[in-house]
Design a protein around this ligand. Structure first.
Ligand code: SAM
Length: 370
């Protein structure tokens, strides 16, 4: 297991937080050095230090933070061997698949083990994860990592092609997750591995809609129900501090007015752009002027955009409302643009097979006919 003690010990796996974009795992070994562009450090200085400490470099003004590994930090720091799952998807999948303490779960492929580490925490020592990877080098690396992190008892890692050879357990798991290029080829094997005495769930992670369609077809063919597809997208919020409102109702009203104005301006801008795009007959010597106008238009657009942004802020600030004695509060505005497609998540349910009952006693011994 990752250490649960308060202080870092020799041999612990820790997460070194250098900057928001530079986070790396490290196995602490007495006598070793840790060198980075933020200075040089001695592992000996880490040993006995409480988790979460800020440690200064031996030379220079650099510093680092030494953190206790969690699945979230591991996902941010792990050595990438493949594309990995991130926490927006991981948490959604875990909850939809109803993965909890004691759950028995299958995943394929293991890849870089990002999903595996989260599942391991969710299922705890009473659950079990069967993980399959057909790339030998990746399987070896994952095995080493699971052992180093103390998870060998919770994970059974198998080197195999699950589309061709299926899984190593039957009628056993509560949930099954496929992050492989051709999940539809593994659906019939998945059905064999899932328990039949209760509702079980499957999720397939595929980047293209064509893959989703093939998966849905296979799920239907094999009797899965409740087939649903989701995409997790992150929508950023713009947060600003505003003077504390005198009343919630007044603030809500002002924010509503600001929203309407913003929408009006957006529609006006679309109309302006349309007008500008309309081809107009131009005489040759007028063309230059028209081109110049276009350039100016762009500049104007930039200026307008800037003005709008300033107005937005002003509106967010409730028209520069006076600072009250009650201080300030935070408000947020949703930024309409949504980016970050990773994959489509196709979920489905397998209903339990009712136990086969013998015929009722009366039928078992048919009444004698007179
Ligand atoms: N979910 C992983 C994570 O979060 O780190 C990443 C999985 S990665 C995108 C896909 C992995 O599946 C690759 O390592 C690949 O070698 C493996 N794979 C692809 N097809 C497979 C198959 N038929 N059987 C087993 N593993 C397979």
């Amino acid at each position: 297991m990752w250490s649960t003690g308060p202080n870092i010990a020799d041999g612990d796996v820790i997460i070194v937080w250098l900057t928001r974009d530079l986070i790396q795992p490290l196995t602490v070994e007495a006598g070793k050095d840790f060198n980075s562009r933020f200075g040089n450090y001695k592992h000996d200085d880490f040993i006995g230090t409480p988790y979460g400490s800020k440690v200064g470099a031996r030379s220079g003004r650099g510093f680092i933070h030494l953190l206790r590994p969690t699945p979230e930090l591991w996902t941010m720091a792990l050595p990438h061997r493949t594309q990995i799952l991130y926490h927006a998807d991981i948490s959604f999948i875990t909850s939809w698949l109803n993965i909890k303490k004691g759950s028995k779960v299958i995943e394929a492929g293991t890849g870089s083990g990002s999903f595996s580490h989260s599942v391991i925490r969710s299922i705890g020592s009473t659950g079990h994860l069967w993980s399959y990877e057909f790339h030998e080098a990746r399987e070896t690396k994952a095995r080493e990592e699971f052992a180093r992190h103390g998870f060998s008892d919770i994970v059974t890692l198998t080197h195999r092609n699950v589309c061709k050879d299926g899984f190593t357990v039957a009628d056993t798991v509560d949930a099954l997750f496929l992050d492989i290029p051709a999940p539809w080829d593994a659906i019939e094997h998945a059905k064999l591995a899932l328990r039949k005495d209760c509702i079980t769930r499957i999720c397939c992670f595929s980047p293209c809609i064509e893959q989703v369609l093939r998966t849905v077809t296979a799920l239907n063919e094999h009797g899965f129900t409740d087939i649903t597809m989701y995409e997790t997208l992150q929508r950023p919020h713009d947060v600003a501090r505003i003077p504390a409102p005198k009343s919630i109702a007044a603030t809500t009203e002002k924010l509503k007015i600001a929203e309407v104005k913003r929408e009006e301006r957006r529609l006006q801008q679309i109309a302006d752009n349309e007008n500008r795009r309309q081809p107009k007959p131009k005489s040759p010597n007028k063309r230059k002027r028209a081109d110049e106008e276009d350039d100016e238009g762009q500049e104007d657009g930039g200026k307008k955009a800037k003005t709008h942004k300033a107005e937005d802020t002003a509106e967010l600030m409730l028209n520069g409302g006076e600072q009250t004695n009650e201080g300030s509060v935070s408000v947020s505005r949703v930024i309409p643009e949504v980016r970050g497609h990773t994959s489509y998540l196709t979920f489905a349910t397998l209903m339990p097979i009712p136990p086969v009952r013998g015929p009722p006693a009366a039928e078992a011994t048919p009444a004698e006919t007179p």
